[in-house]
Design a protein around this ligand. Structure first.
Ligand SMILES: Cc1cc2nc3c(=O)[nH]c(=O)nc-3n(C[C@H](O)[C@H](O)[C@H](O)COP(=O)(O)O)c2cc1C
Length: 507
């Protein structure tokens, strides 16, 4: 199931007829972003750009994107049939999460084929796109694993955090206090020292999939990648920092992020996951790249953000799976009973989440929301939690709207607002001053629970078969059978192919 490296993954996509190698010359400035956007909008294949203006003779000449932009590709990346349903992807992810597989340190690997130090470090040797026309510059870190170490526990974290090329050896980062790298940053800052980091560009597709997922702080993403791949992650030691990176990665950037605010540099804006430009131009922490290691003829990995609403991208597709699976696993491990399904609709990237429960008691929906909001996983996620009964198909927007219409009553405590919580600083519905990461460490959210389950304070009614709600309206089975039998006799030319209504739970 595991892909040894990015190249094996590209071969697999090619084998599935789901990779387009673009040999025509394309410009890194906006053209790659525009092509990717149009390709995503058509549900097109993953893209390997092979002829990029100004990069015919640079260290890296190729850029790969879109490898996880559809559920079929994610299924293939997980070693599952490409037609696997979203619901099964979520469940499989949840199962695999249970058994992290420790990473293995090995002596060396292809990522050490080339080692560049000092003046040889030049980020312009890589075909980095300026993805959107209002972006502040070229973003080299979009779907890469940024590795840092918790200075207290020693745990290695791997996260996806955006990074802009500021000059030939400097990358500006959007670091949010609530994220694990943000916490490492604060710890290093309190010790008065810079933070060592390594950026991994291009490896097994599980790298960006897991690095962008909420993994608990005491667990290394490398161990979760092992669990997802069914094979331990082989890592090698970096040259200039005390960090570990996959031995078969394409490119690794090593260096330090200064924690002294006087070293911060201007970064942003960037077309963000919300569909808006976010994290506008401001002073942000900057990485001084001290070393680059790379394979021969390395392939750069990137992704396009800012496509929502209207078209999905790698972030929205992967978020829909991992943020639902992680939420479900949080509910399981925290003793919230009766969860039957969890769904993150990809257009919300996990900002909204829907949970279906077989209700056990009054307050059950509130317990769901409280459990989610109390965890580190809720940073940038789960702003709006909607809880429905198990007869609602949470994958169907119309069913959710119906539940909101008739099972929700704001005057009956079905609306709960948890104000002033941690939130995404990229959410434009929060006032700009409340999204000041340097001042507050994170954004500010007023989180909302929509309890769309049947109100257990309503008295059960004998006339309604002992239920709290009246029966739903539908055809009695015998009436439907009778009419089906005589259908042609009524003069209808067309055959009846499906049932007129879903049968109610009480039949
Ligand atoms: C394409 C992409 C870009 C992202 N950019 C950022 C970012 O700039 N800053 C950030 O805090 N999170 C960003 N995220 C979200 C984090 O990767 C995600 O919240 C992850 O869980 C963080 O890892 P951590 O939980 O180990 O901190 C991005 C995710 C994706 C898929």
């Amino acid at each position: 199931m595991a892909y040894a490296d990015l190249r094996e993954w590209l071969n697999a996509l090619e084998g599935a007829g789901d990779l387009l190698q673009i040999g025509a010359e394309v410009h890194w400035d906006r053209e790659i972003g525009a092509i990717t956007r149009l390709a995503f909008s058509e549900g097109g294949p993953a893209l390997l750009f092979e002829n990029i203006t100004g990069h015919r003779d640079t260290i890296s000449t190729r850029l790969f994107t879109g490898g996880l932009a559809t559920y079929a590709r994610v299924a293939q990346a997980m070693g599952l049939p490409r037609q696997t349903h979203y619901r099964d992807l979520v469940n499989e992810y949840r199962q695999r999460l249970k058994t992290p597989m420790p990473f293995r340190e090995v002596a060396t690997g292809p990522v050490k084929e080339n080692i560049l130090l000092g003046d040889a470090v030049d980020l312009y040797q890589f075909p980095v796109p300026r993805w959107h026309h209002r972006d502040g510059g070229r973003y080299i870190v979009t779907f890469a694993g940024v590795v840092s170490r918790d200075p207290d526990s020693g745990v290695l974290n791997v996260g996806v955090y955006r990074g802009q090329v500021l000059n030939k050896h400097t990358i500006g980062f959007l670091l949010i206090g609530g994220q694990h790298i943000g916490q490492h940053f604060i710890k290093h800052q309190r010790r008065g020292e810079p933070m060592p980091v390594a950026v991994v560009l291009g490896w097994d597709p599980m790298l960006p999939f897991i690095a962008s997922a909420p993994v608990p702080a005491h667990v290394s993403e490398y161990d979760v990648m092992g669990a997802m791949r069914g094979e331990a992650t082989d890592v090698v030691r970096c040259e200039t920092v005390d960090l570990l990176v996959p031995a078969t990665a394409e490119i690794v950037l090593e260096g330090q992020i200064g924690t002294d605010p006087s070293t911060f540099m201007m970064e942003g804006p960037f077309g963000e996951y919300t569909g808006y430009y976010g994290g506008l131009e401001s002073l942000k922490p900057a990485m001084d790249v001290t070393c680059i290691t790379h394979r021969n003829d390395p392939i750069l990995r990137g992704t396009l953000e800012g496509t929502l609403p209207g078209m999905l991208n790698e972030n929205s597709v992967t978020s829909a799976i991992q943020r639902a699976a992680v939420a479900w696993s949080i509910l399981d491990t925290n003793g919230v009973p009766g969860v039957v399904d969890v769904c993150v609709h990809p257009v919300t990237n996990g900002t909204n989440i829907v949970v279906a429960i077989k209700k056990f008691y009054r307050g059950h929906a509130k317990q769901v929301a409280a459990a989610l909001w109390g965890t580190g996983a809720s940073q940038q996620r789960y702003k709006h939690v909607m809880v429905v009964d198990d007869d609602i198909d949470i994958h169907d927007y119309a069913a959710l709207d119906w539940a909101l219409a008739y099972r929700f009553n704001a005057g009956e405590n079905d609306l709960v607002i948890f104000p002033g919580m941690i939130g995404s600083p990229l959410d434009p519905s929060t006032r700009a001053e409340d999204n000041d990461v340097r001042r507050f460490g994170t954004g500010k959210w007023n989180r909302v629970l929509f309890d769309c389950t049947i109100n257990w304070e309503f008295e059960p009614q004998e006339k309604w078969d002992g239920e709290r709600y009246p029966p739903t309206v539908h055809l009695a089975q015998e009436d439907e059978d009778n009419v089906r039998r005589r259908w042609k006799e009524y003069g209808f030319k067309q055959e009846l192919t499906h049932s007129a209504v879903k049968r109610g739970a009480r039949d």
